[in-house]
Each structure stands twice: as structure tokens, then as C-alpha cells.
Design a protein. Structure first.
Length: 461
């Protein structure tokens, strides 16, 4: 007799095998990496901006699932919306009707960027970027897309073509026609546009890798240059959008910037149902979907599904009702200002930058000989090890989850749920201060762990 499926029983029976299951059946390097850096934790439950382990210890999440959990985990409004849509037993994904939820979510999203007219729904940030690349190339009739050095726009083939990290691109060529230009370099952009084959420039208003913001005036000037050459501006707001930087979209920090295409995802999901959206101007959509024969020229099997649309509508409702964007701006200002005060206090701390709740903490070569010799040892083995040395005690000793902001970078990126409060911000700064005190005072455990990382880095060469 076949047993009825029981999820709770399955997790109770097999949950302890989680790391072994991943090592055996999934990406085998993930559990290996987690064990090496001491991140092989077992989290039992989560709510808002916090996790708890089996012993009831509370962990502060300053990572938000790589910015997916904008509202934190298990927001009651989003949960209720998903229960409601499941209970409604809708005729979903018939593919031959026009259900109301996609139209309602598109209408609501577009209200935050009135210069845009239409939306295509996919399932992820990289799909949103793929859509924008396809639409830009078709609408302009040109093949080449420009991107900024050090950019990250996803890892599928099209989005990989505009990825500024060689480590991700290596071994996957040939990719789409593309060219990197330095972020903020208008002369480089102008030179590429003069060739006459550029469809678009895709840009993150604040780059996720390293947390580098486009210089003041760059986006507007780039937009003018692009339009003069009949090319498009694509804003990748997958990470920076939906309030992350203290505005609904990060491009809104600069007056007069009206991208032709905007990509969003991550936080729109509410942390439950994958979703991506590409917003664009009417004339672009009119060109792509130019006739009934082309009605399916671009589509996604699960795009516009009812669960994702309900989650998105609930997320936007919560953002308005709970003033999430204002909270991100206020708490982000408090967090950043307290961190900036530490730059003069610690010689290993080089810079603090960012907007709202997207903050980069950069470390740099110290002045004193004692610290400089240790720093040099780490740098010789692998750049980025000191930042990892900070991330580990933040988790192990202070139960705060953070991340290094990219391979070979001495930068920690803070992208917590947008619902964190002043107490959460202060908890992070106090913990970070203790870790930096330990590093500057020659804390044995921290530097001993650095030696472990050095040995691991050498072994991986």
C-alpha cells in the first residue's frame, strides 16, 4: 500500500541528512565550502530578519537570501495571499485566457515608474535580463550590448554575456556580442556608440559586486548619449529595486533618468514564489509583439502564474502600508553613519559606501608593520581572505549572517531584509566593532582562522 505523502514526517526522518544529500546529489562543492568556513549551520526556523537553530539561538540575517527576502521571511500578508490564491482553485496557466492577476500586478508595478508602459513576467532576475537583452536587440535591430566592468546580471547564457566577472564567463564562450565599459566612463561609452552597432547599455545603478554606485550624473548623461545614437538604456534593478536603496528604484536617486527597460525580481517574490519582471516602453513591446503571428515570440512556461502574481501584489501592498522604503532609507542611514564613524578608528577599514540598506564595507592595507605583515600574508594567498576572516566570527561568535561581496574582493556587502529596525542595525555595528577590535589587537582565534584559509587557498590552486 502506497503511503500518503507527509512533508513534516519526511523532514523529521531525513532532515539531518541535508549536507550529505547535497554532497551526493547536488553541487558537491557547496557543503565542502560551507564546512571549510564554518558556515555549516542547521537552521530550524525563520521569521522576519531572524533565524533560530535547534538550541533556540537567534541569528540576525544581514544577507536576505541575496536580497530575495526584502520583507524578511514568512511575512503574514504574503503568506495569507498565497493561502488565498491556492484556496481559490483558479484556472491557472491555461495559456489561452487573460487572467486578472498579471494585469493587476503589471498595473501596480508600472505606477512606480510612470514613464514605462508594459511588463513581461518571467521567473527570475536572469530571465528578466534575458528578456531585456532580446527586446533591446530586436527593437533596435542591432546585435551588441554594452555592460559595465565588474557587473553582475545573471548566469544564463545571455546574461552571462554581460557579466563583468571573468571567473563566471570562463569556459562558456562563445557568448553574445558584447563589450565592457568602465562604470562612469562616458568617453568609453561614446567611443563604442560611434561604431553604430550597439543595441543597449545595461547597468546596475549600484553594482552588487563591491557595492559601487554610478557616479552622480552618469546615468542621465549615458541615457542622452544612448538615445542620440538610437540605443537603449537598461536598468538592472534586480537587487537594487523595490526599496533596497531608499527609493523604489535606485535610478530614481538621479533626476531625469528614465530607462527604456527595467529588470526586477528577487524581493518581488516575497521570498516564496520565483518571479522576474521586465518593464519597458510601449514602442519596444509593439515592435517585439508586432503581429498575431508573433504573439508567442517570447514567453515563459511559468510566467505570470497565479501564485507569483499574488505574492507580488501582496509584497507591493505591504511596502506601501508598512512604509518599507522609508524604513530602508532611515535604518540604512543609521547603519551607514555608525559604520562610517569607524573608518578613522580602524586602519584595516578603508571605506563604507552605499545607499539605503545596500552597504559595502571595504578593507584595505594597514599602516602599522605588525598588521601589514599579516595582511600581506593573506593577500599573497588569495585576495578576499581578510573579509572572509571578518564574516566568519560575525556568524560564529555573534550569530550574524553576512557575505563577502564577490570573489577576490575585500568587501563585505550588507543587504538585510528591508524590515530591520534600529536595534538590528546597532546589533550589527556592535558586533562588527568587537570583531575589528579583535583583528587590530592581534586576536589569536581570528588570525589563526586566517592561516587556515591561507592553507585552503593554496591547496585549491
Amino acid at each position: 500500500m502506497t503511503k500518503e505523502f507527509d512533508l513534516a514526517a519526511l523532514l523529521a526522518e531525513r532532515g539531518a541528512e541535508r549536507y550529505e544529500l547535497h554532497a551526493r546529489h547536488l553541487n558537491h562543492q557547496l557543503p565542502r565550502m560551507l564546512r571549510t568556513i564554518g558556515f555549516d549551520k542547521v537552521y530550524e526556523r525563520a521569521e522576519g530578519a531572524h533565524f533560530w537553530d535547534a538550541d533556540g539561538n537567534d541569528y540576525l540575517d544581514m544577507l536576505a537570501g541575496f536580497a530575495v527576502m526584502g520583507l524578511g521571511r514568512h511575512h503574514p500578508v504574503v503568506r495569507k495571499a498565497l493561502h488565498d490564491v491556492l484556496d481559490a482553485s483558479l484556472a491557472d496557466l491555461t495559456r489561452f485566457d487573460c487572467p486578472p492577476l498579471p494585469g493587476l500586478l503589471a498595473e501596480k508595478l508600472l505606477s512606480y515608474s510612470p514613464h514605462l508602459d508594459r511588463v513581461f513576467f518571467g521567473n527570475s532576475g536572469t530571465e528578466a535580463v534575458e528578456t531585456a537583452l532580446k527586446f533591446a536587440r530586436y527593437a533596435t535591430g542591432r546585435p551588441r550590448v554594452l555592460y559595465c566592468a565588474h557587473a553582475f546580471h545573471g548566469l544564463t547564457t545571455g546574461s552571462l554575456s554581460v557579466n563583468g566577472e571573468d571567473g563566471f564567463r570562463e569556459g562558456f564562450a562563445p557568448l553574445l556580442p558584447d563589450t565592457a565599459v568602465p562604470l562612469g566612463d562616458l568617453d568609453a561609452l561614446a567611443r563604442e556608440l560611434e561604431r553604430g552597432d550597439v543595441a543597449a547599455l545595461i547597468v546596475e545603478p549600484i553594482q552588487g559586486k563591491g557595492v559601487h554606485e554610478a557616479p552622480p550624473g552618469y546615468l542621465r548623461a549615458a541615457q542622452e548619449l544612448l538615445h542620440r545614437h538610437r540605443a537603449l538604456l537598461i536598468a538592472d534593478e534586480v537587487q537594487t529595486g523595490l526599496g533596497r536603496t531608499g527609493k523604489f528604484y535606485a535610478f530614481q536617486h538621479e533626476d531625469g533618468v528614465e530607462p527604456d527597460l527595467v529588470c526586477v525580481a528577487k524581493a518581488l517574490s516575497g521570498g516564496y514564489v520565483p518571479v522576474g519582471a521586465t518593464l519597458g516602453k510601449d514602442w519596444i513591446f509593439q515592435k517585439v509583439f508586432s503581429s498575431m503571428d508573433r504573439v508567442q515570440v517570447h514567453s515563459a512556461s511559468f510566467g505570470s502564474n497565479a501564485q507569483a502574481m499574488a505574492a507580488g501584489l501582496a509584497v507591493l501592498s505591504v511596502m506601501e502600508n508598512e512604509e518599507i522604503v522609508a524604513n530602508a532609507a532611515a535604518v540604512g542611514d543609521r547603519l551607514k553613519s555608525r559604520l562610517v564613524e569607524l573608518v578613522d578608528r580602524y586602519e584595516l577599514l578603508a571605506d563604507v559606501r552605499g545607499r539605503g540598506l545596500m552597504i559595502g564595507i571595504e578593507f584595505g592595507r594597514p599602516r602599522s608593520l605588525r598588521l601589514r605583515s599579516r595582511w600581506t600574508m593573506l593577500q599573497a594567498a588569495r585576495k578576499g581572505l581578510f573579509a572572509q576572516m571578518v564574516v566568519v566570527p560575525l556568524l560564529q561568535r555573534h550569530r550574524i549572517l553576512t557575505q563577502v561581496s564577490g570573489d577576490h574582493l575585500e568587501v563585505i556587502k550588507l543587504i538585510p531584509p528591508l524590515i530591520i529596525d534600529a536595534a538590528d542595525a546597532d546589533r550589527f555595528v556592535d558586533a562588527f566593532t568587537e570583531v575589528m577590535d579583535d583583528a587590530h589587537n592581534g586576536g589569536g582565534l581570528m588570525w589563526d582562522f586566517g592561516k587556515t584559509l591561507v592553507r585552503q587557498a593554496v591547496a585549491n590552486r
